[in-house]
Design a protein around this ligand. Sequence first.
Ligand code: FE2
Length: 475
Amino acid sequence: MLDKVLIVDDDPGIRSTISELIEDLGYRAETASDGLDAVDLLDSGPYLCVFTDIMMPNMTGLELIQKIKARDISLPIIVITGYASLEIAIDAMKCGASDFIAKPFKVKQIELMLNKVKREKSLLEENKRFSDTLQLHRLIDNLVGQLEDKNEEITSLQALSDKIISLKGIRDLVAAIIDVSKQLLDDADVRFFPISRSNKTLVDPQGGTEIQLNPELLKGRIVRKNNHGSALANSFETIFPLTIEGQVFGALDIISGTMLGEDKEGKVQYLLNRCAERMENVALYEGLYENMLSTLNSMAKILDARDPHTSQHSTRVTTLSMAMGKALGLNEDERDVLYISSSLHDIGKVGIPDRILLKPQGLTDEEFAVIKKHPDIGADILKPIPPMAKETEIIRHHHERYDGKGYPSGLKGEEIPYLSRILALADSFDAMTSDRPYRDGMSVGKALEEIQRCMGLQFDPALAEIFISQVARMQ
Ligand SMILES: [Fe+2]
C-alpha cells in the first residue's frame, strides 16, 4: 500500500501542484483546504507526513501543528513557506514542525524531504526494536537451542553481543568485532577488511594492500580455505562476509590452527549479524544527524546573506576557535563540539527582524534588548536535536562575561561553559577587527590590547592569555 501524505493549503493551485509532485514520486496525496478539514482527515490516517501552509482561514498553520502534535507527536509536519517568511518557518519549527520548504518547490527537494521522513520513521522503528531486549533474549534463546548444553558460552556470547550493541561508532564496532572474535576463538588471527566498491577487492586496513575478493563472499557466503602449502602453512582461513541491507560491506578474516567447525562459525556469524544491524542503525542515525547539520548550516548561510557586513564572520570565528582548541589540547569530541558551536553561534539571529539586525548604528535600548535574545533563540532552535545538547548550551552562553555582567544568564567565571569562554574570545576579536558601515575595524594589535585590558572582566584571564599568544603567532 502506498504511503499517504496530507497537503493542507487554502490555495487550490498549490494543493494540486504539490499533490502531483508527490504522486509522481509514488505516494498517495490527500488534500485539505484548511486546518479544520485537515483535522477531520487525520482520523482516516495513518499519514507518513503532513505538508501545511501557515496563513489559512479558520485555523492558522501554527494552530494546526499544535493540534496535530497533541494527537500524534511523531507525525512529521513540513511547513510550506515563502523565503520572506523564514521567521514564521522558525516559529513553526519551534511548535514542532520538522522541516520547511520554500516556494517555488523543486521536485528533488520534496523527494529528499520524503526520503528523510521515511528514514526517520524506520530509525524510530529500528530503535524500538533494538531497545527491546526481549527480542535479543529470544535470539539468544534460539542459539541456546542450537548449541545445546553450552550455557556458559552463551552467557559470554550475550555479554559480547551486549558489548557490540552498546557501541556507537562504526570504527568502534569494527574494533569490537575483531576483539570479541579473538576472545571467542582463543588465539586466532582476526582481521577486518573493508570492501573497495570500485574494483571489488578487499582492502587491508594496515598495509593498504588489496586482496582479490572471492565471488562467494559477494553472495553472502562464508569462504573456507585450507592454507596448507602456502605462506600461512598449517593454518585454516575462514572469511565471513559482513552484510548490510544485502550489500557486502567488508569481511572478517580469521586464521586459526584448526578448522572452526559449525559451532564456532555459528557464533561468529551471530555476532557479525548483530554488528551489522548496529552499523546499519548507526549509519542511519549519522545520516539523520548530517541532515540536521546541513539544514542548520543553510540557516546560517541565509543569515550571512541577510547581513553582508557580518558574512564570513562565523567562518573566521570557527577558524580562531579551532586554533585555540588545538593550542589547549582539546580532545576530538570537544573539538567537534567547538566546531559546530562556533559555526552556528549566531544562528539565533535568524529570529531577529531585519529592521533591527541590519540597522547600521544607534540601536535603542529596546532594539538592543531584542538583539540580546539571539543566544537564547539559537539555543531553542538546537534544543529539539538530542545529539546537539552540548552545542545548545555553548551557544546559549556565548555572550556571558567572566565578571557576570553578560547575557542571557549573567553566569560568572567558571559557571560559564568552558567552550563558550573560548568562543567569546574568538567572537569578540573578530567583531573588533571587522569593518562596519559606520567604523573601520581595529588593527590586530589594538584588538589584542583590548582583550588584555578586559582579562578578568569580559574574558577568562587564563584563556585570554593563550588567545593573545595564539593570535600573535598566527600573524
Ligand atoms: Fe553572538
